[in-house]
Write a new protein. Structure first.
Length: 484
């Protein structure tokens, strides 16, 4: 597989350094509220990335952390009158529910910062010993940016922008104020009970530190790939590199994979603009996690994706999701047409095509859907993959396929759907194929009804019922639906 690498700014081949398992780390959520659909753009594309690697035959080791202590989690747990652990547990559970609805594979490890204080302290000690960190008067410890000659290599910062020597305590700061950053934050009254002992006094770890410590713990000194949204390139990932590489003397990761942000109605998402959408809201509007997943992968990860929530009249009707739903229904119909071909003709029951069974599906068995998977191998081009799925559907003629051919095409389609992590929905009941004979009976009944011949209309309704169809009369016309 080929993927763009932020560090070298080139599209490069990916290979596991140990020749077996591809080991990667994704910065996870801060668990102080529901994740928004922008966060999920990042997590969903990271999931498509993992699926693409695994379905191409390479096992992975996927680590994604939970930020369960920082200024925001402490502040909001106090406002909620809960302990930090109770509060973050609640939001972690909610995050997991949303992930399941979006069909995200759970990471192999999901460590939290609070559970890894000793590892973080050990890392600071290593940095102190090598002269990369210093203790300030208040008992905080700072990373000395000027001690790491390669600082700025990921974000390609101009060294002149660095204000070396100044120290900042905030976890998040702007690009123009590059400065020494906190590894350990001395205890403050507003931290309440949320502090730990350390060789430098009581306090808590700085945000950037947890990822360096957990990468080292779960993936080793150098691993295959590190990932997050573009907002993390600076300062977070730059600081992770500075911490890890200064401590170990080795490169932290071979590849850096960053995902461009989601925009909503052409702008940034923010609570004050009222466009801060969560999966809950999307479900309340009648859409599913699957619809959202489709919408989120419809643009390339290096392009901004504009999620259209409001229609032209300004009503929040989620046009992006309506489009996604239509596309999924079209796929479902094609899937059903293929299935019908091999199930009815041969009595073949479709064998299991779950994710694990499809892992080793050879390229020759992917039929017309092979090119769609190729698009994913080429810098995770999800819109191109979807385009190729629809080309195969447009050109496919299920009715002309032998049962064996239909089965192969069906597996190919399911293989690509697994790679994209999309579920094939049940075909829409209203638009399900209606047999000619049923349609003819319905027309007869509609004519009888128009002529007020109620007896005939009733007996035709009964006949339709026997065939398993229900006719719903409207003022202008009727609808046919399979009986529920
Ligand atoms: P956070 O919970 O803020 O630490 O963010 C979790 C992940 O979501 C990180 O990888 C962020 O870079 C990413 N992220 C935050 N906002 C957006 C957005 N609007 N679009 C895409 N990814 C985002
Ligand atoms: Zn991180």
């Amino acid at each position: 597989m080929k993927l763009h690498d932020t560090l070298s700014r080139t599209v490069r081949d990916l290979r596991p350094r140990d020749g077996r398992t591809f080991r990667f780390y994704c910065c996870g959520p801060t668990v102080y509220g529901p994740a928004h659909i922008g966060n999920f753009r990042t997590f969903v594309l990271q999931d498509v990335f993992r699926r693409t690697i695994e379905l191409s035959g390479v096992p992975t080791r996927h680590v994604r952390n939970l930020t369960d202590v920082d200024d925001k989690t402490i502040r909001d747990s106090q406002a909620a009158g809960q302990t930090l652990v109770e509060f973050t547990r609640h939001w972690t559970e909610r995050f997991h529910e949303d992930c399941a609805k979006l069909n995200l594979l759970p990471p192999h490890e999901e460590p939290g910062a609070v559970g890894h204080i000793p590892q973080q302290i050990a890392l600071i000690e290593a940095l102190m010993e090598k002269g990369h960190a210093y203790r300030s008067e208040d008992g905080s410890v700072y990373y000395k940016v000027s001690s790491f000659g390669e600082y700025g290599k990921l974000s390609h910062l101009d060294r002149r922008e660095l204000r070396l020597g100044a120290a900042v305590a905030d976890d998040e700061y702007e690009k123009d104020s590059v400065a020494d950053f906190a590894l350990w934050k001395a205890r403050k009254p507003e931290d309440g009970d949320n502090w730990w002992d350390s060789p430098w006094g009581p306090g808590r770890p700085g945000w950037h530190l947890e990822c360096s410590a957990m990468c080292r713990e779960y993936l080793g000194e150098t691993f295959d790939l590190h990932s997050g949204g573009v907002d993390l390139i600076f300062p977070h990932h730059e600081n992770e590199i500075a911490q890890s590489e200064a401590a170990t003397g080795h490169p932290m990761a071979d590849h850096w994979f960053h995902l461009t942000h989601l925009l909503v109605d052409g702008g940034k998402m923010s609570k004050s603009l009222g466009n801060f959408h969560t999966l809950d809201q999307i479900e309340a509007a009648g859409f599913t996690g699957n619809d959202l997943r489709y919408a989120l992968i419809s643009a390339h990860y290096r392009q901004p994706l504009n999620f259209v929530a409001r229609d032209k009249e300004g009503k929040e009707s989620f046009p992006s999701l309506a489009g996604a739903r239509q596309a999924l229904e079209r796929i479902a119909k094609f899937d059903a047409a293929l299935r019908e071909r091999f199930e009815t003709q041969q009595g073949t029951v479709a064998d299991s095509t779950g994710y694990d069974q499809l892992r080793a599906l050879p390229e020759a068995d992917r039929g017309a859907f092979a090119p769609a998977f190729e698009a994913l191998l080429n810098d995770l081009n999800t819109p191109d993959a979807l385009g190729r799925v629809f080309s195969a559907i447009r050109e496919g003629k299920p009715a002309e396929l032998s049962p064996d051919e239909a089965l192969r095409e069906w597996r190919g389609l399911r293989f690509v759907m697994e790679a994209l992590g999309l579920r094939v929905p049940e075909p829409d009941r209203e638009s399900a194929e209606i047999p000619e004979a049923v349609r003819a009976l319905a027309e007869k009944r509609w004519a009888a009804r128009a002529a007020k011949d109620w007896a005939t209309a009733d007996s035709l309704r009964a006949e339709l019922g026997e065939l398993g169809w229900e006719m719903k009369d409207g003022r202008e016309g009727y609808e046919l639906a399979p009986k529920g």
